[in-house]
Design a protein around this ligand. Structure first.
Ligand SMILES: [Mg+2]
Length: 376
């Protein structure tokens, strides 16, 4: 087989508006403003033999224009590369932007190329990405986050949980971490009573407690039979998370804010998580995500990837230990396809690659594009 090469790359910066301004604990403690849009970075790759791949990365609140700009600086390094050699492509892109570092915004830009190359390889093989990676299952248990934010009044929260369950969702996550602890306890208590004792329920404090508060709240929440307590502390406080994980029966979940394999390795090594929440675009794509997954597997951790269910459903399907995927419908308008839910689980798509194509809406929301090489 003659060697195929990357001949064209298109970058697309899309501003995805959110229907309602979104508030978690970071807004209630005054650290952030409500979120009104998400900046999406799409990367479309074409090869000389006519194969195509679609990759995605994203930024919330800030970083979108920076990701797009950095991707544009490093994209020419990928022209002429063998699209099958994804690990080499990752290194090529990292070296092209080496002075920008191996974490954060720089690797999030690489993530869009990396995902596109994996999509291309799976589409070329005629396989869903999950099967190319070596799938363990046809569906993954899923929980809903989008219905449980702090801008949502309690009565509406209960309606959202009913809607989620009717829709086939297998768990409900509530945001906590409000300055008034009593309100957190009241909301969790009310929702637990509404769901019954057995239905999977999680809480997420979005890093807004200090160590003593997290321990006290964690002890109070032990009574609610939670699947996990997420981001009780600052995302870089691995030692604090480790102490909480040792003190509480309820599992501790964290990792969504980490932006490299090295940061995950540090967290895992210190015993800072029972449930690890890597985010593939945030750590630089599927290639680094798989390294994190291997570290987590050998540390005995459950993985619950953060956000972007359209991508993570495939990665979760290939993990050894039964994972969770996070249901967020926010990205749905960007794509022509929809994921299916059944009996609390998200079905792994059977279309080749990620099984995604850009919608007309995504094209309409495009703020900037940049092309490299020749595009068909
Ligand atoms: Mg979270």
């Amino acid at each position: 087989m003659a060697q195929d090469i990357v001949t064209g790359i298109r970058l697309r910066s899309v501003a995805l508006p959110l229907q309602t301004p979104i508030s978690d604990a970071k807004v209630l403690t005054g650290r952030q403003r409500p979120m009104t849009e998400i900046a999406i970075l799409f990367c479309e790759i074409e090869t000389g033999a006519g194969h195509r791949g679609l990759g995605i990365s994203y930024a919330k609140r800030a970083g979108g224009p920076g990701q797009f700009a950095h991707a544009g600086e490093i994209a020419p390094a990928l022209l002429g590369a063998d699209p099958s050699d994804i690990a080499r492509a990752w290194d090529t892109l990292a070296w092209a932007g080496a002075s920008a570092g191996r974490s954060g915004l720089a690797v999030q830009a690489i993530g869009a190329f990396d995902v596109a190359l994996w999509d291309l390889k799976a589409r070329r093989a005629g396989l869903p990405l999950a099967k190319l990676l070596g799938a363990q299952r046809e569906s993954v248990r899923c929980y809903n986050t989008s219905g449980g934010f702090l801008h949502t009044p309690l009565e509406e929260l209960l309606v959202n949980t009913d809607r989620s369950r009717a829709h086939g969702i297998g768990g409900i996550k509530l945001k906590v971490g409000q300055p008034d602890w009593a309100q957190d306890i009241a909301r969790v208590s009310r929702v637990r009573a509404h769901l019954g004792d057995a239905f999977p329920l999680m809480v997420d404090a979005n890093q807004q407690w200090d160590r003593p508060t997290a321990l006290r709240m964690g002890r109070i929440f032990e009574a609610f039979n939670l699947i996990w307590i997420e981001e009780p502390l600052d995302c870089m406080d691995a030692a604090g998370h480790a102490a909480l994980a040792a003190a509480l029966d309820t599992p501790i979940a964290t990792g969504e804010m980490l932006t490299s394999v090295g940061e995950h390795w540090d967290l895992i090594r210190q015993g800072g998580a029972d449930v690890l929440m890597p985010d593939a675009p945030r750590v630089g794509g599927i290639t680094p995500f798989l390294k994190v997954a291997t570290l987590a597997e050998f540390a005995g951790l459950t993985i619950a990837p953060h956000f972007s269910m359209e991508l993570h459903i495939h990665l979760a399907a290939a993990l050894q230990r039964e994972p969770w995927v996070e249901h967020f419908e926010w990205l749905e308008p960007l794509f022509n396809e929809r994921l299916e839910l059944e009996d609390g689980r998200m079905m792994v798509p059977t279309r080749p690659g990620l099984g995604l194509s850009l919608s007309d809406q995504a094209l309409a929301w495009t703020r900037a594009t940049a092309g490299f090489g020749s595009l068909g």
